[in-house]
Design a binder for this molecule. Structure first.
Ligand code: AKG
Ligand code: FE2
Length: 339
């Protein structure tokens, strides 16, 4: 528990050596510009307006950027406010209140850790504390979640269901746009939902370290709520650019599995998290993940339609996760590797 960044960083004037990233991966002092033409999609129009136009926007952004923001997405503003409030309340509890959740055992379905799931095997640590838990099916998992703050399970439970529904609605648009058969994103591909609640405490020297290093999400699709503090950056045309928070919007990342299923038609954005010296940053990420034994491969109808070759061989999702961990142990944020 004493390893959690938030429990020791308050009094520091410089950062410990094992949080200093190598020169070629640290952010440095350069000012990173804001992504100007960030795709922002109004999902309300998929219901009350021209659905095909919204689907077209979703596919275009997924191809060109590998991510997009959504507004009017159907997740209530009050629920978002209550949930992020709950996350802040959780991380601001005393260490004693949180201590029982801290664990290095990545098989625990709800736990708190610092940096990444491989804290004890990495040489450089990431500047973040995490609470992680599975969410779906909620009634089987909610009892593993924190019961302090007292309303945590109730509020975060409602939020997880709404965000899962939003992920499925976006996947349905992608299915329609790619002309895949109805029910394509079945339980095998979407049956697991994992949530990470991130706390990036203020950092005395943001130029030297990262909250999360460069990675692209390995799952199907991610929904991120980044509240109102900047820190999320994407790699666009070889340059890091900042994705600014927008009130009540979510960031939607296309995951690597969706890129593979689409035979490379959709992109999966590379991104990272930088810290800042002024204020804490809190975010909520919900990952939709295939079951481990699901076979992932480029969808045959897409390969045939485009008259091209499959760019990827079929594999079981769990083998993909294992291989990634073995090959890129130092490089990849593996929060989703516990699945
Ligand atoms: O906290 C953020 O801004 C991004 C989190 C993220 O990229 C991840 O957990 O994969
Ligand atoms: Fe990510």
């Amino acid at each position: 528990m004493e390893k959690m960044v938030s429990s020791w960083c308050n009094t520091l004037k410089s950062i410990p050596q094992d949080y200093v990233f190598p020169e070629d991966t640290r952010p440095g002092d350069q000012i990173v510009p804001i992504l100007k033409n960030c795709p922002m999609i109004d999902l309300e129009k998929a219901v009350s307006g021209d659905r095909n136009d919204v689907i077209r926007q979703v596919l275009q952004a997924s191809q060109d950027f590998g991510f997009f923001k959504v507004i009017n997405h159907g997740v209530g503003e009050d629920l978002i406010k209550d949930t992020i409030g709950m996350v802040k309340e959780f991380f601001n509890m005393t260490n004693e209140d949180k201590a029982s959740l801290y664990s290095l055992d990545s098989y625990k379905s709800c736990r708190m850790y610092t940096s990444s799931f491989k804290y004890d095997r990495e040489s450089i640590h990431q500047w973040r504390d995490v609470l992680i838990h599975f969410c779906h099916p909620l009634d089987e998992l909610v009892d593993t979640w924190p019961n302090n703050p007292f309303k945590y399970r109730d509020v975060v439970g409602k939020f997880s269901v709404e965000v899962r529904n939003l992920s499925l609605r976006i996947l349905e648009m992608i299915r329609e746009g790619l002309e895949l058969k109805p029910g394509y994103f079945r339980d095998e591909l979407t049956g697991v939902q994992l949530m990470t609640l991130n706390h990036y405490p203020p950092c005395p020297d943001p130029s030297l370290t990262l909250g999360i290093p460069k990675h692209s999400d390995r799952n199907i699709i991610t929904i991120l709520y980044q509240d109102n503090v900047c820190g999320f950056q994407v790699l666009k045309d070889g340059q890091w650019v900042g994705v600014e928070p927008f009130a009540n919007a979510f960031v939607v990342n296309i995951g690597q599995q969706l890129k593979i299923i689409s035979n490379g038609k959709l992109e999966s954005v590379e991104h990272r998290v930088v810290t800042n010296s002024k204020e804490p940053r809190y975010t909520i990420a919900s990952f939709i993940i295939p079951h481990g034994d699901t076979i992932i491969e480029p969808e045959k109808t897409l390969v045939e339609k485009d008259n091209c070759h499959p760019l990827y061989q079929p594999f079981q999702y769990k083998d993909f996760v294992r291989a990634l961990e073995e090959e890129h142990l130092c490089e990849i944020d593996a929060t989703h590797g516990s699945v």
